[in-house]
Write a new protein. Structure first.
Length: 243
């Protein structure tokens, strides 16, 4: 089953082409890594796939819904965690979870069940009444992830979620991601950390708004004759290989 299908999607801002005719598919339950340097077009692509930005041309289906024609249906079937935390610092941990649960349409007992479930998933029991502003960056990151999955979406988009986070918190966050993937949730994650990409089932390298290479971490290193994904990315970017 295909969770995300992208066909020749393009996004232009005036004369500038941020995303240039990229195509790929993401199978349900995969961790799909979208890698590239800053300004490569990663965030623009993810915003189109989340129904936030309309493509200039091309077509993309997320959870079976057209991102250009059915953005509201797309948004109801995904979780989205942006680069900048969208949590409310003057609300407690529990209040943030409840707020997002209601934003996503949960009501009554479903809200209480969601709060208990999310607290367990992100391991924030005992911090329910802590103001979000007082949490460490790593804990804020976990809470943001919890709020993104409070409505149990089948697809989760993470836009550079570990940027600025210490290595230990990054590792723990990726343990959560792998656990969610094991439950059948499709994870689409943008990152410029090549070590994180090793956890992905499939990787798309993007540079200058164009898809440079697509494959598994092992295949990408073997095909390029390199020992690391960072070296592989440089190799493919320099050669301009597409596919």
């Amino acid at each position: 089953m295909i969770a995300v299908q992208v066909e020749q999607i393009t996004k232009k801002f005036g004369n500038f082409t941020a995303v240039d005719r990229i195509s790929f598919e993401v199978a349900a339950g995969q961790i799909f890594g979208f890698l590239g340097p800053n300004g490569a077009g990663k965030s623009t692509t993810i915003r189109m796939l989340c129904g936030i930005l309309a493509p200039t041309s091309g077509r993309a289906l997320v959870a079976g819904f057209d991102v250009a024609k059915e953005p509201d249906r797309v948004k109801r079937n995904i979780g989205y965690m942006s680069q900048k935390f969208s949590l409310y610092g003057d609300l407690t941990v529990l209040e943030n979870i409840e707020f997002y649960a209601r934003i996503y349409g949960l009501q009554g007992q479903a809200v209480n069940e969601a709060k208990e479930r999310i607290l367990a998933v992100i391991a924030l029991q005992g911090k329910e009444q802590t103001l979000t502003a007082d949490l460490s960056l790593g804990w804020k990151q976990r809470l943001a992830l919890g709020c993104a999955i409070v409505h149990q979406p089948p697809i989760l988009f993470l836009d550079e979620p570990t940027s600025g986070v210490d290595p230990i918190s990054r590792r723990r966050f990726w343990e959560l991601i792998r656990s969610l993937s094991g439950q059948g949730i499709t994870i689409f994650v943008t990152t410029h950390f090549m070590d994180e990409a090793e956890y992905c089932n499939q990787i798309a390298f993007i540079a200058g708004g164009r898809l440079v290479r697509l494959g598994t971490p092992i295949d990408l290193k073997m095909d390029s004759g390199t020992k690391s994904l960072e070296e592989a990315f440089v190799h493919y970017a320099q050669k301009g290989v597409v596919g």
